[in-house]
Design a protein around this ligand. Structure first.
Ligand SMILES: Nc1ncnc2c1ncn2[C@@H]1O[C@H](COP(=O)(O)OP(=O)(O)O)[C@@H](O)[C@H]1O
Ligand SMILES: [Mg+2]
Length: 225
């Protein structure tokens, strides 16, 4: 396993502004993710886990002049919007607690969607089918999300996150909406992906889930301790 650094968050600050009120959430959080590692970020509800993961994944910007996200040494937020989109869509895969599948699309269409951005992509459809089959959903390709169990929905979402062959998966409480057994199955899927070399950053409020990773860091008072 290589110890090259894949992703770094350096001194990240984030304050939400709600009308005249400011909600400071991150106060200079720093984190480093090596290739092939599985970093669990453990923090209580409201501690800023989703906020941090969104900054790392290029889904939201840190405060102006407040630190950087570096992917393979390159500053994500200092690049063009186009380059940020490529980072989001190709370099990382994102998994959410509530799946965020599109209800009108089938399982196969949902999973292949990121491969369709820009151009229709036959091989993207094939990769989606391969991933879905690998995750035990080969018989569900043409079903709608509402016809699936929670675990099946999350496996669909993981297939979608992987369809563009990212080097890193960012998972936001991926088992948070599932019962213990189904959550365990999802963690099993992540474990296999990690064994195949995928780097994972997972946030959770549950120490036993965090322990599935190779290292755990704590998010407290807006800082990684
Ligand atoms: N878009 C937003 N606007 C205003 N406040 C927000 C927004 N998103 C999150 N917050 C607030 O920031 C804090 C951290 O939220 P979040 O990152 O979602 O925490 P966690 O994922 O650890 O539960 C919470 O107090 C939350 O209410
Ligand atoms: Mg959250």
């Amino acid at each position: 396993m290589s110890d090259a650094i894949l992703l770094q968050g350096c001194d990240l600050r984030k304050t939400y502004v709600l009308g005249r009120a400011e909600v400071p959430v991150l106060h200079g959080a720093s984190i480093s993710v090596e290739e092939g590692s599985w970093v669990s970020i453990l923090g209580s509800s409201g501690s800023g886990k989703s906020t941090l993961l969104h900054l790392l994944g290029g889904l939201d910007r840190p405060d102006a002049d407040s630190g950087q996200v570096l992917y393979r040494g390159q500053s994500v937020w200092e690049q063009s919007q186009r380059a940020i989109n490529v980072y989001r869509n190709n370099d990382i895969g994102f998994v959410f607690q509530f799946y965020h599948l599109l209800p009108e699309l089938t399982v196969l269409e949902n999973a292949s969607l990121p491969a369709m951005i820009g151009e229709t992509n036959e091989s993207g459809l094939e990769r989606a089918e391969t991933l879905l089959t690998q995750f035990g959903l080969g018989h569900r390709l043409h079903h709608k999300p509402r016809e699936l169990s929670g675990g099946e929905r999350q496996r669909t979402a993981i297939a979608r996150a992987l369809v563009n062959e990212p080097s890193m998966l960012l998972a936001d409480e991926p088992t948070g909406n599932l019962d213990e057994e189904t959550g365990g199955e999802i963690l099993g899927v992540l474990k296999e992906l990690h064994q195949d070399g995928l780097a994972i950053v997972m946030v959770t409020h549950d120490p036993s889930i965090a322990a599935q990773g190779t290292e755990t860091v704590h998010l407290r008072r807006g800082l990684i301790e």
